[in-house]
Design a protein around this ligand. Structure first.
Ligand SMILES: C[S@@+](CC[C@H](N)C(=O)[O-])C[C@H]1O[C@@H](n2cnc3c(N)ncnc32)[C@H](O)[C@@H]1O
Length: 260
């Protein structure tokens, strides 16, 4: 069953039926990604579209299969990530905070798990807004700052992030050059409400928002069940103490914006 609620201006679709993709074992995330995919197909239709992967790294999590993609441009600051990418027609090693791409040149801009890494986020957001065509969409995926994973990332140093990825999540390449985790900056605009308000200045209207079970917590719970249960219990206690106004488990969000 679907439950539609209002969160800021965008429609929030929470607790959708778990349509999980084989690549994603976080059912809430998979369900939200499925909603995003349907929305992209409905809004962009079958016409050929140009896509900009901003901070695209080595791969893309937004399924583009249902769209008629004519060209993908990928920009990333790390040349090793760019070399590994498996999706783009054109790659540029560049900084999202300074790069100048032609105005109104993309139908779809994707910026997934990147904004939390940008210390000069307003400059990057202004550039993303500038390059999307009128009627085009921007998809942003990012962590919720007031969540278990958001708080852990903001208030511990980078070497702790590397340790968590290496030892708790068992990522073999964690911390190696060009590999996750990447250093975080958590500008104040990495916040769903503030981000939506900021993007309105550029004529970008939110059309979809969903906060879902944080990927970090889901992965910890899968790989280290005891620690996962402890963290989830602690988050539930905090939520009850805050009379349900605090949800530390919904640690990541999807936001889709449409340019007027
Ligand atoms: C967590 S990865 C996400 C990659 C990809 N979007 C994904 O979802 O798998 C963050 C990416 O942001 C890139 N990045 C960090 N700062 C950047 C900047 N200032 N300009 C461009 N890319 C940047 C990193 O090199 C890395 O590839």
């Amino acid at each position: 069953m679907r439950l539609f609620t209002r969160m800021s201006d965008a429609i929030s679709i929470a607790h959708t039926s778990a349509e999980s993709s084989p690549a994603c074992r976080n059912a809430e995330r998979a369900a939200s990604l499925a909603n995003v995919t349907r929305l992209l197909a409905a809004q962009l239709g079958a016409r050929p579209i140009s896509v900009y992967e901003a901070g695209g790294g080595s791969t893309s999590y937004i399924p583009l299969g249902g769209l008629s993609v004519s060209h993908i441009t990928l920009v990333d600051i790390d040349p090793r990530q760019v070399d590994r990418n498996d999706i783009a027609n054109e790659t540029i090693v560049g900084d999202l905070q300074t790069i100048e791409l032609p105005a109104e040149s993309f139908d779809l801009v994707i910026c997934y798990n990147v904004i939390e890494h940008l210390p000069r986020l307003p400059q990057a957001l202004q550039r993303l807004a500038r390059v999307v065509k009128p009627g085009g969409l921007i998809v942003i995926g990012a962590p919720v700052p007031l969540s278990l994973n958001g708080l852990a990332a903001r208030f511990t140093p980078h070497r702790v992030h590397v340790w968590i990825c290496k030892h708790l999540l068992k990522w073999p390449d964690a911390g190696k050059p060009g590999c996750a985790p990447f250093p975080v900056a958590y500008h104040r605009l990495v916040h769903p409400g503030r981000l939506q308000a900021h993007m309105k200045m550029f004529g970008l209207q939110p059309v979809y928002f969903c906060a879902y079970l944080g990927s970090l917590i889901e992965e910890i719970a899968r790989k280290n069940p005891l620690l996962g249960r402890l963290l989830i219990s602690a988050a539930n206690v905090a939520s009850r103490a805050a009379f349900g106004r605090l949800d530390l488990l919904r640690g990541d969000f999807h936001l889709v914006l449409r340019k007027l």
